[in-house]
Design a protein around this ligand. Structure first.
Ligand code: SF4
Length: 461
């Protein structure tokens, strides 16, 4: 049996306290995002404008990328084009090899995760140090990130304490976040000082100026690009915005949607290399043109990787990032992975309740649940939906199409709910009832409460 989202999710929810805690941690971020959004007048208008900018940029992508290249080169950057992950990795390795680099520091870049750059470089004798704290934690554990903004969100501070004790020599049992951060800072500072090159992702590339913009909360991109003389910036083709004024719209949305902050702590603009240094920009396709050619899914290219759809998704929160089996998890990850290989990721379009919460928070208004529904339809048309699910849906469709049967089934369910021992029916509910959304079912039935408080024969029940 192939392992899909349900099987991987089952492994995650088997650790119930962790699943509960993961759910709560992400919901906390979602609520922070809501408060930050509510403080911006015309937030919804801002989302409309952002969606329009992304659609416009998608429509003129080739022109904008060429304009960006011209302007970046005019400012002294070297621009490389990579058709796929392999080419990207070869280009980056080539630049490093040309400069005799053996030690690279790297700020967060989901693109390089997508391309498997770390392994590629390490296999060729280059030390790669991820300098975002969360990324460094998962790197030390030899794990991929489980969230695009909070890579180590699945880990508790005690586990990080153990890891740091093991790898960085912190005292055993130390789990204080401030002290652990101090230890990580000292460890990373040493790596920064020794680095021979810095690699960053790109949040946005501005066509009219040829500049790239990198947003971090830890200042690690700035450290990594200020100390060594060689800076490599890797970007997907979709990162380009036409003008500087469009960047302002994106930045207002990005930080608030990602973490509920009004602005990311460090928003660094790189326009050309630093004095005496080199800036290489690698523009990567890796399946994005194919996505652009798909009218049903091309909207997904608007994604600015804020992670808000993950934080709000009831399935992601309760199944964890690794259950998706793809570098980008959550609703947008399900769309991107399926667009790339619908058969290999056939379970992902079903990893959604289709509640639409992802659409409601997406700063660039991607129709995520509509896309997931369309992907389900495609899978069904190709006969790829698992047999059990097919049979279940057929039965459901039959009942829904026959009103008398549907009502009879409803009556039967009500009788079952009244007749079965409550312990059996509510055993599972009681566990989940401790969670945020569902209050625990009362010990006493509503009918009994009514009778006890109002007296027999005076109510409707
Ligand atoms: S799909 Fe929207 S909400 Fe999800 S990460 Fe991308 S921009 Fe953010």
């Amino acid at each position: 049996m192939s392992v899909g989202h349900p099987e991987r999710a089952a492994a995650f929810v088997a650790d119930e306290p962790r699943a509960h805690w993961h759910d709560q941690a992400l919901w906390f971020v979602r609520e922070k995002r809501d408060r930050a959004a509510a403080l911006v007048p015309d937030w919804e208008k801002l989302r409309d404008v952002a969606a329009g900018i992304r659609a416009h940029a998608r429509g003129r992508l080739a022109d904008l990328l060429e304009e960006f290249e011209r302007n970046a080169v005019a400012r002294g950057a070297k621009v490389h084009w990579a058709a796929d992950a392999d080419e990207h990795n070869v280009i980056v390795h080539g630049i490093l090899a040309d400069h005799g680099v053996h030690r690279l520091v790297k700020s967060k870049s989901m693109l390089t995760e997508e391309c498997g750059l770390n392994h590629f470089l390490e296999a060729r004798g280059i030390e790669v140090v991820d300098t975002d704290l969360g990324e460094r934690i998962v790197q030390l554990r030899r794990e991929p990130p489980s969230h695009i903004v909070f890579p180590a969100i699945h880990l508790k501070r005690e586990e990080i304490g153990e890891l740091f004790h093991d790898k960085l020599g912190t005292p055993q049992g130390l789990a204080d976040p401030t002290k652990l951060t101090e230890a990580a800072r000292a460890h990373l500072r040493e790596r920064f000082m020794k680095a021979e090159a810095g690699l960053t992702g790109v949040n946005f590339a501005i066509a009219e100026t040829g500049g790239v913009v990198v947003c971090t909360n830890e200042g690690n991109a700035d450290m990594g690009t200020s100390l060594p003389p060689l800076h490599i910036a890797c970007m997907g083709v979709e990162k380009v915005v036409p003008k500087l004024e469009h960047l302002a719209v994106m930045l207002r949305l990005l930080a608030r949607s990602a973490t509920g902050q009004p602005i990311t702590s460090y928003t660094s603009h790189f326009h050309g290399p630093m004095a005496g240094g080199e800036l290489h920009i690698v523009i990567v396709d890796n399946g994005r043109s194919r996505l652009l050619a798909d009218p049903a899914l091309r909207g997904a290219l608007a994604c600015i990787r804020c992670g808000a759809c993950m934080n709000t998704c009831p399935v992601y929160r309760r199944s964890g990032g690794y259950s998706y089996g793809w570098v980008v998890p959550g609703p947008i990850g399900s769309v991107l992975a399926s667009a790339r290989d619908p058969v290999a990721h056939a379970s992902l379009p079903f990893a959604s309740t289709l509640c639409g919460s992802c659409d409601a928070v997406c700063p660039v208004k991607i129709d995520l649940h509509g896309q997931l529904l369309g992907l389900r339809r495609d899978l069904a048309a190709r006969g790829i939906v698992p047999l059990g699910k097919r049979i279940g849906l057929r039965i459901l469709a039959f009942f829904l199409a026959h009103r008398a049967l549907y009502e009879a089934a409803g009556r039967l369910m009500r009788v079952a709910l009244r007749s079965f021992p409550r312990g059996i029916l509510y055993a599972r509910w009681n566990t989940w009832g401790r969670r945020r959304e569902l209050p625990a079912p009362p010990e006493e039935s509503f009918r009994d409460t009514w009778r006890r408080t109002r007296g027999t024969g005076h109510g409707h029940g």
